[in-house]
Design a protein around this ligand. Sequence first.
Ligand code: DGJ
Length: 728
Amino acid sequence: MIKKTLSILLFLIAVLQTAVKSETIHVSTRETELVLQTAQNGRLYQLYLGARLSKPEEYANLTATMKARSDGQAWEVYPVSGTETYFEPAFGIRHNDGNPATVLTYVSHDQRKISDDVTETVITMKDVLYPVQVKLYYRAYSRDNVIESWTEISHKEKRAVNINRYASSILYWKRSSYFLTEFSGDWAKEANMSTTPLSFGKKVVDTKLGARANMHVSPFFTVGLGDTPREQEGQVLMGTLGWTGNFSFTFEVDNEHNLRVVSGINPYASDYTLEPGKVFTTPAFIFTLSNEGVGKGSRDLHRWARSYQLKDGKGDRLTLLNNWESTAFNFNETSLDSLTAEAKYLGVDMFLLDDGWFGNKYPRHSDTQGLGDWAPTKDKLPNGVPALVKAATRNGVKFGIWIEPEMVSPKSELFEQHPDWVVLLPNREHYYFRNQLVLDLSNPAVQDHVFGVVDHLMTENPQLAYLKWDCNSPLTNIYSPYLKDRQNNFYVEYVRGLYKVLDRIKVKYPDLPMMLCSGGGGRTDYEGLRYFTEFWCSDNTDPVERLFIQWGYSQFFPSKSMAAHVTSWNHDASIKFRVDVAMQCKLGFDINVKELRPEEQAFCRSAVATYNRVKNTNFNGDQYRLVSPYEGNHTALMYVSESREQALLYAYDVYPRFGEMLLAVRCQGLDPRQKYRVKEINLMPGVQPEEAFNGSKVYSGDYLMKVGLEVFTTKKLHSRVLELEVVK
Ligand code: DGJ
C-alpha cells in the first residue's frame, strides 16, 4: 500500500514538473495553423485553429485566451469522460477496478518531416493514476492544406479494459454562427446536400449500418464558420473519416457558443475490449480549413487525394462498357462475345462483366441465390472466365469482372458448407437484405476465403484488367460466431478484417484497378479508396439526378475517382446530354449500343475519342464549380489544367422556364493574362457550334473570369462542353 502511494506521489511530482514548463505545439500547413498548449495542470488544450498568422511571434498572444478558458469549458485536446468534462468527450474507459475516469496529461511530443511537404507530430499523453497511454497523431500536408489526425490507445492494466469512446479527433471554434452541410440520402439518391444552422445542443451525423455503411449518409461534412458555406468565400471546415464502417460526427454547441466537432468510429454497440499491450488505432479524421469557401477546400482535397490517398491517384483510368443495365443476369458466352465487340466499336478500353456469372448448384439467375459460389455457371459460361478474357482480347478490349466476396446467399454451397462463417444471430429469425447475408470478416479463415476469391480469379486469369467489388447489404442479424463473447468488438473487427484482405490484394496485385461499389454509393470513404481507384457513385444514372449526386461527391472526391456511366435511364434526355454528364467524371457506358440510332452510336464513339483527348485536364486539373444545380435550372463546372493552358467547361440547362433570364457564366482558375480560344466539342454528328463557340473567338482569361460566356440556353435538357485553349 505504502509502496503504491509512494509511486503515485513520485509520478504526480514528475507530472507537475512537466506541467510547470508549458509546451506549445504547432501543427501547420501552408495556410492553416493548429496550436496546442499544455496548462499548469499538465493537460493539453487547443489554443488556436485557423488561418496561419503572418507573424509567428504573435501566436504568443494566444496564451491569455487559453488560460481564461482552463475550466470546465476548456478546449481540451482529448477530453475524457468522468471528470469535469461537461460536454461530449473524446475518450471513455472503464479500468480494471471499475473506475470510469481518466485524466490524460502531456508526457512528450515529437515532430518529424516525412517529406518536404508532410510533417508528422506525435504527442504522448498518459493517465496520472492508471497505466493508460494515448498518442495523438497529426499529419500535416503543407501544399494541399490538409491535416489528418488520429490516436493510438493502449494500456498496461492487468486485464483487458473497456473503451467506450475513442474519437479520432476533437476540434473547437468560437464564432457567431455555424452551419452544417451534410450529405444524406438513400439508395439511388446519394450525397444530397442540405445545410442547417447549428444552435445549442448536439447534432449527430452517424451510421450503424456496418458493411454498407453510408447507404443513408456519407462520411463527410462541411461546417460554415460564421456564415453558410459558400463556393468562393468564407471560412469552412471540410472533414471526412477514413473508415469503411460505422462512423460518427458530433457537432455540439455549448452554453458559451463554442463549437466542438468530434469525429471517429461510431462507438454504438462497440464498447471495445482492449487487451493489455494491444494498440487500438483509430481511423484518420481528414480535414481542411479553407478561407476561400468550399471550392478551394475541394480542390485542396482533390489534389491531396491524388497525391497521397487514392489508389493510383496520379494514374490514368479505364473507360468501359458494363452489362448490368442492358442484360442484368441474362447473358451467355455468345452474347458476351458480341458485347465485347461493342466495347471495341465504342472505343472504350474494357468490357466489364457484372453480377450473374457464377453458381452451379444454385446458379445466380437472380439476386435470390448463388452469392458465395464463385465458379462460373456451366450452362451460361461453359468455358469459364478464361474464355471470356480470351474473347475480349480477340475483340481488342480488356476484360474486368464483378464480385461481391463479403456476402453470401442463404441458398449457396458456401452457406451449406460454412454456416459458421456467416454473421447470424443463432437464436432468432433471420432478416435478409437483398436476400443475402454478410460473411464474418473478423474470422481469419473468412479473410483467407475472401482473398482467395480474388487470388483465384487473378491466378487463373492474369490478364484480368479490373475488378468491381460490390457490397449490397448492411450488417444485419449481428452476431459473429468467431468472436463469441467479444461481440462488442465486432463492428470494428469487421472493418479491420476487410482491410487485412484488401491489404493482401494490394500487395499481390498493386496495379489492379478496382471499383468500390456498394449498391451504388454505399461506401465512399478515403481509407477504402487507398485500395480502390474509383467508386460507383450511385445506381441512379438518370443524368439529371447525377448532376446533383456528382456535385455532392465532388465536394470531397476528385473526378477520376467517381465512376459515371451512360445508361438508358431518363429517355427524355438525349444521348448527348447523358454523355456530357458522365464525361464530368470517369466515363463508362452501360447501355445496349445496338438499340441506339446510328447517329447516336457514331456520337458515342466520337465522344470516347474526345474524352481520351481531353481527359487529362478533367482527371488531373483543378475543378471549379461555377453554377450549382441546387440554385436553379442550370448548372456548370469547369476543370483547369495545372499549367492553366487548357480548360473544359461543362454547362447544362436542366428544366429552364419559358423566357427565363439567362446570366453569363464567369470562368475561374484561368490565367488572366493569357488568351484562350473557346470551342464547343462533343457535338452530335452534323451539328455545327454557334459562332461564339466555333473556335474563331479568342478571349483573355481576364475577360472570361470577369464577364464570362453566355453558355446557358432556355432549351430543356440541353448541354454544352467547351474546350478552352491558350493561344500561343
Ligand atoms: C449493385 C450495383 O450498384 C450495381 O451496379 C450492380 O453491380 C448490382 N449491384 C449487381 O447486383
